[in-house]
Design a protein around this ligand. Structure first.
Ligand code: FES
Ligand SMILES: [Fe+2]
Length: 325
């Protein structure tokens, strides 16, 4: 059931491309049960409910571009239309009502994405990967987290925790101050000013580096940062895309990119270590939902990006994983 029409209009990651092979895969996205499958025609997503007796189609079989329901064998094409009812006299026409909902489905950056409701909303493109300026080294995930999607996103955008929660890696308590910055809205994307951060070991290579960070808000559940080594010009950029499974249960995927060669396995392990530190806090924050009324928590100037994100969710009218007051 679609519980948040705003989130339902966004492209949401549902699994790694590599996970989706021959099988039918049941996924949960924004409270909706969806079956995704791959055929020669690409990737497809249908509501995981047969209109006959409500059996999950994901327990059935794939037949070419169609899914055969496990219960009585009705066959659905990739558009959700039932194209065969074995028990129906072949002379009779299949009633048009015999269809299940088909959702938008795309494959990109090593992920399968689903959009539950049609909209003008744009796909969260990674322009630097498209242009070749940055190389996508790994698509990491899914990392299941018992927390609301906006909590995960805000954590990723939170600059001032780096020196404490990630002490020794992404910051040092001796450098707690965050240079003044703002967020500017350009063509629907929130883009921060440059923020300078000294990091003792900011990319797993064990070197102290001063980075220039830029954060971007691409959608309510998709954000990224790009950090540039102020001396060498090395760039690391990571995009976080969250699959909101249930209101307080999410899966995180990271698109890891850079403009230099990396030891991918070492970089992934480093990123996992950092994220593990975040998850411990994320799964225990109170309230579980992100408070959008700015009076409900305390905010400093250094929380500018979080404030911009909360205001954006409010303006967009997101309902899932947030509280309004
Ligand atoms: S429940 Fe699917 S064919 Fe009967
Ligand atoms: Fe963090």
């Amino acid at each position: 059931m679609i519980e948040d029409p705003v989130l339902a209009q966004e492209w949401l990651p549902v699994c790694l491309s590599a996970e989706l092979k021959e099988q039918l895969l049941k996924v949960t996205v924004a409270g909706e049960y969806v079956v995704v499958f791959r055929s020669e025609g690409g990737v497809h997503a249908l509501k995981d409910v047969c209109v006959h007796r409500g059996a999950p189609l994901s327990l059935g079989k794939r037949k070419g571009d169609c899914i055969v329901c496990p219960y009585h064998g009705w066959e659905y094409d990739r558009g959700g239309q039932c194209v065969k009812i074995p028990q129906l006299d072949p002379a009779r026409v299949i009633p048009p009502k015999a269809h299940t909902q088909a959702f938008g489905c795309e494959e990109r950056y090593g992920l399968v994405w689903v959009r539950l409701l049609r909209s003008d909303g744009r796909f969260p493109i990674y322009p630097e990967v498209e242009s070749g300026a940055l190389r996508l080294h790994a698509t990491m995930g899914p990392y299941g987290v018992k927390a609301a999607a906006p909590r995960l996103i805000e954590n990723f955008l939170d600059v001032s925790h780096l020196a404490f929660l990630h002490e020794g890696y992404l910051g040092a308590p001796e450098h707690p101050y965050i240079s003044d910055h703002d967020v500017h809205w350009i063509d629907g994307r929130g883009v921060s000013d440059d923020i300078l951060i000294m990091q003792p070991n900011g990319d797993g290579r064990g070197r102290e580096v001063q980075y220039r960070y830029v954060y971007e808000i691409l959608s309510p559940v998709c954000v990224k940062f790009t950090k540039t080594d102020t001396e060498t010009g090395d760039v690391v950029s990571i995009q976080l895309c969250v699959q909101p499974n249930e209101e307080r249960r999410s899966a995180a995927y990271f698109l890891v990119t850079s403009n230099f060669d990396v030891d991918t396995q070492a970089f992934v392990s480093y990123q996992e270590l950092i994220f593990k530190q975040d998850v411990e806090v994320l799964e225990n924050q109170k309230p579980e939902e992100l408070p959008l009324d700015l009076q409900l928590e305390m905010h400093l100037r250094s929380d500018r990006i979080s404030i911009a994100y909360r205001s954006y969710l409010k303006e967009r009218g997101v309902r899932w994983g947030v509280i309004y007051g």
